[in-house]
Design a protein around this ligand. Structure first.
Ligand SMILES: Cc1ncc(COP(=O)(O)O)c(C=O)c1O
Length: 249
């Protein structure tokens, strides 16, 4: 399971990262915790651990006592080895994770509580058994109900001193030209032409309508473990002011 920035979040009562065989987290420079870049895997199965370890290291077997073990490579693997300095930074960050996620969760929930009654503003819904550790705060605008376009709401909020961005990535990844036109590698149809790829796979707008709708309706606010109650109150006040202005127009 690719968890990216879902640190210490829960889905249906289960800690994200423990669903499936392997949980994969990002440590890039803008996540809850960072080691500069790279990521980490978590898993229960010991055999998978050794496999993952080898896969990140050209499939070299560093655990064997047999000096020839490295020559017995089962299949080609890349070199994604993390250096020790980065690993040490990552380990030190792990100790802070509880507190970082607790504060972010508190902040995000506060914002939701403060704006949940506003017309046309949809807060991130956290269902029973789930927990959000708020990498950022994403709300969605129903333009008809809110009486304003998403982009105008975003600008008005910025004018109130609340930094925010409309949307997230510009489009779903499958809408990138290289997927729509299947031209990832110049001069070749690789990997789409590979017989293992699956001939009937095609990418088109509308493939994941909900994801596309989220990108078209979302507004993203930053969240930080250093934000205080005063920050939350000011953000809530600004969102309410903008919403009330347009909904009463
Ligand atoms: C869904 C998703 N995938 C991947 C990434 C990037 O992770 P990394 O930079 O470690 O590859 C992010 C975060 O930016 C993400 O949100």
């Amino acid at each position: 399971m690719f968890c990216a920035q879902s640190y210490l979040s829960y889905y249906k009562g289960r800690l994200v990262g423990t669903i499936g065989d392997i949980g994969c987290f990002s440590l890039n420079d803008f996540k809850h915790i960072s080691a500069g870049d790279g990521g980490m895997l978590i898993m229960k199965d010991e055999e998978l651990y050794y496999k993952a370890f080898r896969f990140a290291d050209k499939n070299y077997d560093r655990f064997s006592d047999d000096p020839m073990a490295m020559r017995k490579i089962e299949f080609l693997a890349p070199n994604y080895r993390m250096n020790e300095l980065t690993g040490a930074v990552a380990l030190a960050q792990l100790d802070k994770l509880d507190e970082i996620c607790r504060k972010r969760n508190e902040y995000g929930e506060k914002i939701s509580e403060g704006i949940r009654d506003l017309p046309g503003i949809h807060i991130p819904e956290v269902k029973e058994g789930n927990k959000n550790s708020y990498w950022f705060y994403m709300m969605r605008i129903n333009e008809k109900e809110a009486g304003v376009s998403r982009d105008e709401f975003s600008k008005a909020l910025a004018a109130e001193g609340v930094p925010n961005q409309p949307g997230y990535i510009p489009t779903c990844v499958y809408e990138y030209d290289l997927f729509l036109n299947k031209n990832a590698c110049p001069g070749s149809d690789c990997p789409f032409g590979c017989r293992h790829y699956g001939r009937d796979i095609s990418y088109y707008r509308g493939l994941c309508p909900t994801a596309e709708e989220v990108l078209n309706t979302a507004i993203r606010l930053s969240v930080s473990e250093f934000y205080t109650d005063i920050d939350a109150k000011e953000v809530i006040k600004a969102i309410r002011k903008v919403s009330e202005y347009y909904s009463k127009k």
